[in-house]
Write a protein that binds this ligand. Structure first.
Ligand code: GAL
Length: 417
């Protein structure tokens, strides 16, 4: 008996020890929605950095641009009492989860590594709750961008549009030449992403702020908002018949291949151009939504660390430190199309679009026109964001004309607050 039991116990002891050894190095389970080619390439930078430190990576990708689907899966995991170690999250969603008291306190690491000194206040607003660090900022994206296939534009004699009217004229010229003027996917988050730049282009930063951050009813329903919806109607006339439901990176691929001229999308799109070995200024162009030059509607991807057992905390802390390391902040963002979340990272490794984005972020921050993206959860909590999504989509699908959309926007936002 002893022999058999002894043998069993020995095997159990070996298994426990090996599990213990595996746990001593630790691993992290990360829930995210970075599933496109460019996004996955950027994420690999982090996986490799952690591997060098002996930290294993359990991937939990949830496809769906903008992260709506990922947040749904997260709620199910937390409800089941089984939160991931770390989760990609945006803006006000971070604050909402922090309110639940389920996020780990990262103050010790933040103090040790001096995060307060290097992370811009606009990001700290979301990385902290009640004065405590509860999230690690990975990047700073922005949404008021246009991407273009340079060879296609050159062939049609189209220069970079500087004003909205120039942009509409360029779209029309592409259409007259039988090419697809505007590549996009008919999904609410994509239409809302375009709307960020369109609203900013109509009334500038003060109008954008009063509408989307202050939620001023007179502004949400006023003549400038009617004009913004009219511009969305104009854009609708330049998309292809198969736009509905298309994923954002497939729209980017249309511009990469030269089947379409323009895409209005956040600068994660740049990650796709880079994956296709395209060079800015040679193969593709990056420029701010015409009329928004000098202002930035931003969204920062952050990793929130959920409260986990003691045995996972070492790996979790190692991931937090790895994400905020200056070398990672450079190498990740170069690939991702975003800019670093730290202000002390040089732009040397970045291409011309990246260098421009870093300079514009600083300029906008200095002059107070660095504005939280409505479409990506940095202007107001999810309930308000989704209420705006619904009206923008109803307008883009033709259910609401511009006047009706502005009226519905006031009502929808009031109900969501
Ligand atoms: C944004 C996110 C980006 C990218 C994009 C498309 O919300 O900040 O990193 O994932 O969605 O899915």
């Amino acid at each position: 008996m002893r022999g058999y039991l002894g043998k069993t116990l020995t095997i159990a002891a070996v298994l426990a020890m090996s599990a213990g050894i595996a746990r001593a190095e630790g691993s992290v389970e990360v829930l995210h929605w970075w599933t496109s080619g460019g996004e996955a390439a950027a994420l690999n930078v982090l996986k490799q950095d952690l591997q060098k430190e002996g930290i294993g990576w359990k991937d939990m990708p949830v496809a769906g641009g903008g992260g709506e689907q990922a947040m749904t899966v997260l709620r199910a995991r937390v409800t089941a009492g089984d939160p991931p170690t770390a989760v990609q999250m945006l803006g006000y969603d971070i604050q909402d989860w922090a309110k639940q008291g389920v996020l780990a306190n990262l103050d010790d690491i933040a103090a040790k590594d001096g995060w307060d000194k290097v992370v811009p206040a606009a990001l700290q607003k979301f990385s902290k709750y009640d004065g405590h660090w509860i999230a690690v900022p990975v990047d700073v994206h922005s949404t008021n961008w246009v991407w273009a296939n340079k060879k296609l534009l050159d062939g049609l004699g189209i220069a970079q549009p500087k004003t909205w009217d120039d942009f509409v004229a360029a779209l029309q010229k592409v259409k007259d030449a039988g090419k697809i003027p505007l590549a996009m996917g008919g999904q609410p988050w994509q239409e809302a992403t375009m709307f960020d730049g369109v609203v900013l282009s109509v009334g500038g930063p003060d109008f954008y702020k009063k509408a989307f951050i202050d939620l001023d009813p007179a502004t949400l329903g006023g003549p400038q908002m009617v004009e913004a919806f009219k511009r969305m109607d104009q854009l609708k006339g330049f998309v292809d018949p198969n736009f509905s439901g298309r994923d954002w990176n497939l729209a980017t691929a249309m511009v990469i291949k030269g089947d379409a001229a323009f895409q209005m999308m956040g600068d994660w799109a740049k990650g796709e151009f880079l994956r296709a070995n395209m060079k800015p200024g040679v193969d593709f162009m990056c420029f701010r939504t015409p009329g928004t030059e000098g202002d930035v509607t931003f969204n920062s991807d952050q990793f929130v660390m959920f409260k986990v057992g003691k045995d996972q905390q070492a790996a979790q802390n190692a991931m937090a430190e790895a994400v905020m390391s200056p070398s990672f902040q450079s190498s990740f963002n170069v690939v991702k199309g975003s800019v670093p979340a730290r202000t002390d990272v040089p732009d040397t490794a970045f291409d011309d679009c990246g260098k421009m984005a870093m300079a514009q972020l600083k300029q906008a921050n200095d002059k107070g026109t660095l504005l939280g993206s409505m479409a990506h959860g940095h202007a107001n909590p999810a309930a308000v964001k989704n209420a705006i999504y619904d009206v923008v989509t109803a307008n883009f699908n033709g259910d609401y004309d511009a006047e009706r959309a502005a009226k519905e926007l006031v009502k929808a936002v009031a109900l969501a607050q």
